[in-house]
Write a protein that binds this ligand. Sequence first.
Ligand code: ATP
Length: 276
Amino acid sequence: IKNPSRVATGGKSVTFEDIGGQETAKNELLEALDFIKNYDEVKQMGIRPLRGILLTGAPGTGKTLLAKAASSYIDSAFISASGSEFIEMYAGVGAQRVRQLFKTARDLARKNSKKHCVIFIDEIEVIAGVRGKNTSHMEYDQTLNQLLVEMDGLSAKDDDVNILVIGATNRPDILDPAIMRPGRFDRIVKVDLPDKEGRYQILKLHTKDKPLADDVNLEQIARETFGFSGAHLENLCNEAAILAMRSRQKVISQCHFMEAIDKVIMGEKMNRKPTK
Ligand code: ATP
């Protein structure tokens, strides 16, 4: 059985400074992570260790970035997988993959200086949708049951390591309430589309290594990009740079950003077009 998970190796690690806006989400996450930082104290007080955090919000709002930053903040090892990778046609494969993921995480945690490992599961709704509501429900149910078994077992069998599961979804409405029970994903952090200030901060981050003309007004761009996610803004900055290069400019001007806004909106509309 192939292991679908990815272990983060090398590269620059993401920190909370690399994430623009999202102040509420960051603060809520930091508050939860401090429980893990002060693990010994928490244990001493007999507090149940935090095992799961659920990040909910629209696509491209920075949930993956937040999970990575959370992992760096607690100096943890990091392993990620996506819900859809667990589901195969063959019965039992999903459950086996979940077992394998947690086993790999425990091995990574043992090698980590702080004995921590963060397991990030994106698109968790694929495996954690309400049980019995999927077409091939047996396989989905078994996979979710295995996830719950693994999470429930964390405190008991892993006294030497500390595993934190961070799930992400843009469909919290379809999740099986069983996953939100105490000891499972008992912290929910909402990651909203950025407001004007958030968009400005994200634009600042994504233009910091780009050559900008003097006329560039990021505040105006932030005002004109209502409804854009962080991923849209990253794409916008990239498109603006491409437009500048195509018109043989050495620097990116405000007009390139304005044109790029239209391109991103058009691209989004094309993506949304229903396919026959
Ligand atoms: P999905 O739900 O589609 O998996 P996501 O919420 O996990 O999306 P990310 O993968 O974290 O979103 O973000 C995608 C990209 O968008 C990031 O790599 C980054 O370039 C940019 N981005 C998103 N949000 C932010 C942010 N708050 N600050 C800076 N960059 C951001």
